[in-house]
Ligand binder design. Structure first.
Ligand code: G1P
Ligand code: ZN
Length: 543
């Protein structure tokens, strides 16, 4: 078999963002675009010859073509074994699980997560390291640097691999193994949760609805919820993964998972509703006529963790991304454990999990996970909730309200302004940075600014420093406004505004978040000039 060296020239735009390299499909389809980036990954790694690489994606448009190319390049690079999900499919948490279980050198995930797919939609590539988690910044920086000088890439001259049939093929010095995408992951879930107890819950007539949004988690939910946990047959909706997610936006929030939201807010709704995103790492949790914010979800899971077998021994610590509400901090305080505040992006949790400093992690962006893998994990969060519901036999709303009574409620919302003009976004952020020194002490309708900064983080394990991670404005009553620009968008800029207010009074806790946060929403506009600079009256998405 021949290994061919193909000459190429660099693309200037291959800098990975919050979560890998994410571009529209036509960008990825340019000659050598994908190959250059894969070559930059392999050229940056050391000591992988003869080792195992895991490959899989969320099934979006271009997944199969990309996987064939990556297999041929991985053979040329000298990997010993490739574990490829059947049909080219593997959810992001399943990649993490498979890397860890099979002691792989690393893995490549093909996904643009919650971004829409299809011929003009988005595609993405992420490299995960041997702990199963996203490559840290020093690795992604090195990949980018290499991509700027790449001159050729080696590729094996072989035919396409049959991705649909389980089994192994020898290509040159590499064994290519097509694996069941669900098996290892399902086995791990059985170790963490009390499947008998959850089966008992379903046996009482308990009904739930899981919206897979025509994305990767359909087969996982079908196997675990319906087959292994005996949930009713109509539990999984939109369960078939489609290359364009059925034309939808595979992001599990109140806006895009509207089909599920209608079911859960309709007549005679099921007791529990959940959804996950394109690559299966995000989750949304709903009760009947009740929405659980991701920040509250993390706090509730932490407070109840010892009810679940995998966490019976208690938590070492909790970690949350900076814009996530401070609800988990209150739980950590009561449990006498640490709560870490990290920059946005799951990669910042890796070191804390590896060092055993944190057990549960979460982000306000519908991401929750634990030390069982090194990615956030949508179905895991759903099973955790199911396990709690099976133990407590109370409604989702009762569990959350009970939590608020005990800990107080951090009323929370995020406002996204999508696809705004890049320059205006930069002007807005620069304007905020200019105010950082003058804001403390300023008074806005009874709210006094206690501090304002541009968040910077020193990793407690490896002491690496990440600066300019978002503008925080804190008020004297504990309220907060955070501003940052998205690092995952592919069109224009996305401004995210995160709003939070603490409500200790039980009688005032059951209010609508937008109303409760109305003052802060107005203050955010006054400080940042959102309307003036973006020309928008309203956020595109409110979560
Ligand atoms: C967004 C979320 C962030 C998450 C990331 C990947 O990044 O805000 O929490 O880790 O997607 O799912 P952003 O677009 O804000 O940079
Ligand atoms: Zn995702």
């Amino acid at each position: 078999m021949n290994i061919k060296n193909v000459a190429t020239t660099p693309f200037t735009d291959q800098k990975p963002g919050t979560s890998g390299l994410r571009k529209s499909v036509p960008v990825f389809q340019q000659t050598n675009y994908l190959e250059n980036f894969i070559q930059s990954i392999f050229a940056t790694l050391e000591g992988y010859k003869g080792k195992t690489l895991v490959i899989g994606g969320d099934g979006r448009y271009y997944n199969r073509e990309a996987i064939q190319t990556i297999i041929k390049m991985a053979v040329a690079a000298g990997f010993g074994r490739l574990l490829v999900g059947q049909g080219g499919l593997l959810s992001t948490p399943a990649v993490s699980c498979v890397i860890r279980k099979h002691h792989a050198f690393g893995g490549i995930v093909l996904s643009a997560s919650h971004n829409p797919g299809g011929p003009t939609g988005d595609f993405g590539i992420k490299y995960n390291i041997g702990n199963g988690g996203p490559a840290p910044e020093k690795v992604t920086d090195a990949i980018y640097e290499y991509s700027q000088t790449v001159t050729y890439y080696p590729i094996a001259e072989v035919g396409d691999v049959d991705l649909d049939t389980l089994g192994t093929t020898q290509l040159h010095d590499t064994v290519v193994e097509i694996i069941d995408p669900v098996a290892d992951y399902a086995e791990l879930m059985e170790q963490l949760f009390d499947f008998d107890q959850i089966r008992d819950l379903f046996a009482t007539g308990f009904r739930m609805r899981f919206d897979a949004m025509h994305a990767i988690n359909g087969p996982y939910a079908q196997e675990i919820l319906v087959k292994r946990l005996a949930a009713p047959a109509d539990t999984v909706m939109n369960g078939t993964p489609l290359p364009d997610f059925g034309g939808g936006h595979p992001d599990p929030n109140l806006t895009y998972a509207h089909e599920l939201v209608e079911v859960m807010n309709g007549d005679n709704p099921p007791s529990f509703g959940a959804a996950s995103d394109g690559d299966g790492d995000r989750n949304m949790v709903l009760g009947s006529h009740f929405f659980v914010t991701p920040s509250d979800s993390l706090a509730v899971l932490a407070a109840n963790a010892t009810l679940v077998p995998g966490y019976r021994g208690g938590l070492a610590g909790i970690a949350r991304s900076m814009p996530t509400s401070q609800a988990p901090d209150r739980v950590a305080e009561q449990l006498g454990i640490k709560c870490f505040e990290t920059p946005t992006g799951w990669k910042f949790f890796g070191n804390l999990l590896d060092a055993g400093e944190a057990t549960l992690c979460g982000e306000e962006s519908f991401g929750t996970g634990s030390n069982h893998v090194r990615e956030k994990d949508g179905l895991w969060a759903v099973l955790f909730w199911l396990n709690l519901l099976a133990v407590r036999r109370e409604s989702v709303a009762t569990i959350v309200r009970d939590h608020w009574q005990k800990f107080g409620r951090n009323i929370y919302s995020r406002h996204d302004y999508d696809e705004i003009d890049n320059d205006s976004a930069q002007v807005l952020m620069a304007g905020l940075r200019e105010q950082l020194t003058s804001l403390p002490g300023a008074q806005f309708d009874g709210y006094r600014v206690a501090y304002s900064d541009d968040f910077s983080y020193k990793d407690p394990i490896d002491s690496s420093v990440s600066t300019a991670q978002g503008i925080r404005i804190g008020f004297n009553d504990g309220s907060r406004i955070v501003f940052r620009l998205s690092g995952t968008g592919t069109k224009g800029a996305t401004l995210r505004v995160y709003l939070e207010r603490f409500e200790p009074d039980e009688k005032k806790q059951d209010q609508d978040a937008q109303q409760a946060l109305a003052d802060l929403i107005a203050i955010a506009d006054r400080i940042a000039g959102i309307r003036r600079l973006t020309g928008r009256d309203q956020p595109t998405v409110i979560t």
